[in-house]
Design a protein around this ligand. Structure first.
Ligand SMILES: NC(=O)c1ccc[n+]([C@@H]2O[C@H](COP(=O)([O-])OP(=O)(O)OC[C@H]3O[C@@H](n4cnc5c(N)ncnc54)[C@H](O)[C@@H]3O)[C@@H](O)[C@H]2O)c1
Length: 271
């Protein structure tokens, strides 16, 4: 039986259309919250199970401000904000060259030989590719936290912010912009937890390990197998398992947790 810890609360979730975001919407709603599901793709947000669906680009501060205002107006309150929207690659970020070199290198190694092929991403990364990932992953976290806090400050209400980081923040596995943005989430959460504590706004992060979402479907199966082999629990996470960690941090069960990073990675990395 699912707990109903969020009865009477109102939540806003970004990147809610699919994957982990959709699972978070469903978990918060099942626990009793009224949920506004925000996504670039309105049709996907509408299918997420949230009471309210709003088209929102988290990389655009005006779009975030409008969405937060709309949710506040619809629900008459806001208690929880979850920054989940995130991307791992963008046009011009060198990922095409990276995947191409990786495939050629793996083919040489599989042939039983050695490989001298460099697997570079950095030297192919254009400013626009770097900026596009940072804009969604970390600028978006800042915009959401700011707008949500402005509403709570006006209402004189406490609240909870949860941001989705990644094991990549600590392990360095992944691309330069992705790892940097996910580490920046942790710095932001730690700073905000201190600044916002007097307002009784708690700020925490969840750091998932590899999770079985649509984003994984673009990854070659042999890479998935090697990821699973590196996870002590022996499998990818289900999105519902990440959502459960978010629901805990959003709830009063985590009333003394702020500035923390909750890992959900099957034991693959200790933060
Ligand atoms: N899947 C994993 O293995 C994994 C591991 C660690 C961390 N994460 C993080 O979890 C979060 C969710 O990952 P996922 O695998 O469910 O991703 P996903 O790609 O399956 O879903 C992401 C959702 O975010 C939306 N989105 C993208 N850009 C947006 C923008 N600018 N504004 C609003 N919405 C936007 C997409 O439309 C999509 O619905 C991300 O922050 C990701 O970095 C994922």
């Amino acid at each position: 039986m699912m707990p109903r810890r969020l009865e009477g609360r109102a939540a806003i979730v970004t990147g809610a259309g699919r994957g982990i975001g959709r699972a978070i919407v469903q978990r918060l709603a099942t626990e009793g919250a009224r949920v506004a599901a925000l996504d670039l793709d309105l049709a996907e947000a509408q299918g997420s199970g949230g009471e309210l669906a709003i088209a929102c680009n988290v990389a655009d501060s005006a779009s975030v401000a409008a969405a937060v205002a709309k949710a506040r107006e619809a629900f008459g309150r806001l208690d929880i904000a979850v920054h989940n929207a995130g991307i791992g690659q963008a046009p011009g970020d060198g990922s095409e060259q990276f995947y191409d070199a990786m495939a050629r290198r793996n083919a040489e190694l599989a042939d039983g030989g050695r490989s001298d092929i460099f697997v570079d991403q950095l030297i192919h990364m254009e400013d626009r590719g770097w900026a596009a990932v940072m804009a969604v992953n970390i600028d978006g976290a800042f915009y959401l936290a700011r707008e949500f806090t402005r509403v709570l400050a006006r209402d004189g209400k406490p609240g909870a912010i949860v941001a989705i980081s990644s094991t990549s923040a600590q392990s360095g596995e992944g691309s330069p912009h992705y790892c940097a943005s996910k580490a920046a989430i942790i710095g932001l959460v730690r700073q905000l937890s201190r600044e916002l504590a007097p307002r009784r706004i708690r700020v925490n992060a969840v750091a998932p390990g590899p999770t079985n979402t649509p984003v994984m479907q673009g990854i070659p199966p042999e890479w998935i197998a090697s990821m699973e082999a590196a996870i002590p629990l022996g499998r990818l996470a289900d999105p519902s398992e990440i959502a459960a960690a978010v629901a805990f941090l959003a709830s009063d069960d985590a009333s003394f947790c702020t500035g923390s990073v909750l890992t959900a990675n099957g034991g693959s990395y200790f933060l």
